[in-house]
Design a binder for this molecule. Structure first.
Ligand code: TXA
Ligand code: MG
Length: 324
C-alpha cells in the first residue's frame, strides 16, 4: 500500500458486483466484505503479498494473527493438521455462524496469517453475500479469505459499508455493501488446542451454548489476556472511540451522574441500553460511532445485563472504556 488516497469501489449486492469483488481478491487486492458479525477486510489468505496489504491498510502490528474464512467445514479441515473432536463438534454445531475456532495449523497456512504461531483461527461465516463470494473464490481462486475487522487498528469495528468507507475508504480497493451486520459484534473465539477448550473472545455463541454442545468436556470461561500471546489484539483499550466512555450499571446512577455534568462545559452524549440484548449488540458500534461523531468529551453508557450476548457486549464496553 502506498498510502496515497485512491478511489474505493462501492459495490452493491448484485451478481456483477460480487463477481468484481472476487476478481479483485484473485488479483491480490483488498475488499471489505459484509459478515453477520462485523465487516471484514478481505484478502486472499494464501497470498503473502495480499495479506501484507491488510496489515499496511489497518496499520496493524505485524504478528497479530488473522482469521481465515472458508465456505465449509471440509475446507476448514484442510487448514489444520489436528482438527480435533472439539473443533469437529463446534464446527458442525455452529458453522456457518459467528464462531471462530483456533486449531493447529497445517502447512497450507502461511506465516503472515499466524504471525509465526503454530495455531490458526478459522471461521465459516453465515452472511449470504460473504458465502457467495467464498463459493466463487473457491472456483476461481484459493477459496480462503483472511479478514480482520475492516477498521483502523484499535478502533471500533464497522457494522455498515459506510463505517468502512469513513475509516478506510482511501486505503482499500472495494467495499461490498451487504447491509447492516445482524449480530453486530465480533465472533466468539474458542481455543480448541487446549484441554479443556477456552473462550478467548466472547460473542453471540455464548458460553452456555458451547457448554451444551461440548458436554461433558465443557469450556473454560473467558479470561482477560491483556493482549499477551494467547490472543494478541484483544487487549484492554481496544474497540475504543475518541471520547471517554463511562459505564453505568443502572439508569439511576447514569441519571445522577448526568445531572452533575455541566453540559455547557462538558459535552457528553449517552447511549442507553436496550432490554433487547440482541438489538443492543446489533446497534452497539453504530451507536458508539454516532455518539463519537458528535465529538463529546464523554459517552455515558448503560450496561446490559450479563446474560446471553450481554456478556460479550459488556466485554466490548469495558474495553472501550479502558484508558487509552
Ligand atoms: O467476527 C469476526 O471475528 C470478524 C469477522 C470479519 O470475521 N473478524 C475479526 O478479526 O474480528 P480481528 O482480526 O479483528 O480479530 C481476530 C482476533 C484477533 O484478536 C487475533 O489476535 C485473534 O483473533 N487471533 C487470530 N488468529 C489467532 C491465533 N492463531 N492465535 C491467537 N489469536 C488469534
Ligand atoms: Mg478487530
Amino acid at each position: 500500500m502506498s498510502g496515497t488516497p485512491r478511489r474505493c469501489l462501492e459495490l452493491q449486492n448484485s451478481s456483477t458486483h460480487i463477481a468484481k469483488a472476487v476478481e479483485i481478491l484473485c488479483e491480490g487486492g483488498l475488499v471489505a466484505l459484509p459478515s453477520e458479525t462485523v465487516y471484514g477486510l478481505g484478502a486472499d489468505a494464501t497470498s503473502e503479498v495480499a495479506v501484507r496489504k491488510i496489515f499496511a491498510a489497518k496499520q496493524r502490528p505485524a504478528g497479530h494473527p488473522l482469521i481465515i474464512h472458508v465456505a465449509d467445514i471440509e475446507t476448514a479441515r484442510t487448514f489444520s493438521n489436528d482438527f480435533n473432536e472439539v473443533a469437529e463438534t463446534l464446527g458442525s454445531t455452529f458453522w456457518p455462524g459467528p464462531l471462530t475456532l483456533l486449531v493447529k495449523r497445517s502447512t497450507k497456512v502461511i506465516d503472515e496469517i499466524t504471525g509465526g504461531r503454530e495455531t490458526v483461527a478459522l471461521r465459516v461465516p453465515a452472511h449470504k453475500t460473504f458465502r457467495t463470494v467464498l463459493t466463487a473464490f473457491s472456483q476461481n481462486g484459493s477459496g480462503a479469505i483472511a479478514a480482520p475487522s475492516a477498521n483502523l487498528y484499535g478502533s471500533v469495528s464497522p457494522t455498515t459499508a459506510q463505517h468502512v468507507l469513513s475509516d478506510m475508504g482511501n486505503l482499500i480497493d472495494a467495499v461490498l455493501d451487504g447491509g447492516h451486520c445482524v449480530v453486530g459484534i465480533e465472533s466468539t473465539i474458542v481455543d480448541c488446542t487446549v484441554d479443556p477448550p477456552v473462550i478467548l473472545r466472547q460473542g453471540a455463541v455464548t458460553l452456555e451454548l458451547i457448554n451444551a454442545a461440548l458436554k461433558p468436556i465443557g469450556v473454560a470461561a473467558a479470561e482477560e489476556f491483556n493482549g499477551d500471546s494467547r490472543a494478541p489484539g484483544m487487549k484492554i483499550s481496544h474497540y475504543a472511540p475518541r471520547a471517554v466512555v463511562k459505564l453505568f450499571e443502572n439508569m439511576e446512577s447514569l441519571s445522577t451522574y448526568a445531572k452533575q455534568c455541566d453540559v455547557s462545559a462538558i459535552p457528553y452524549v449517552s447511549i442507553t441500553g436496550n432490554a433487547d440484548r440482541d438489538l443492543y449488540a446489533r446497534e452497539l458500534y453504530s451507536l458508539i460511532r454516532d455518539a463519537d461523531g458528535l465529538h463529546p468529551q464523554e459517552i455515558l453508557v448503560l450496561l446490559p445485563e450479563s446474560i446471553d450476548i450481554g456478556v460479550a457486549i459488556r466485554d466490548r464496553l469495558f474495553k472501550a472504556a479502558a484508558p487509552h
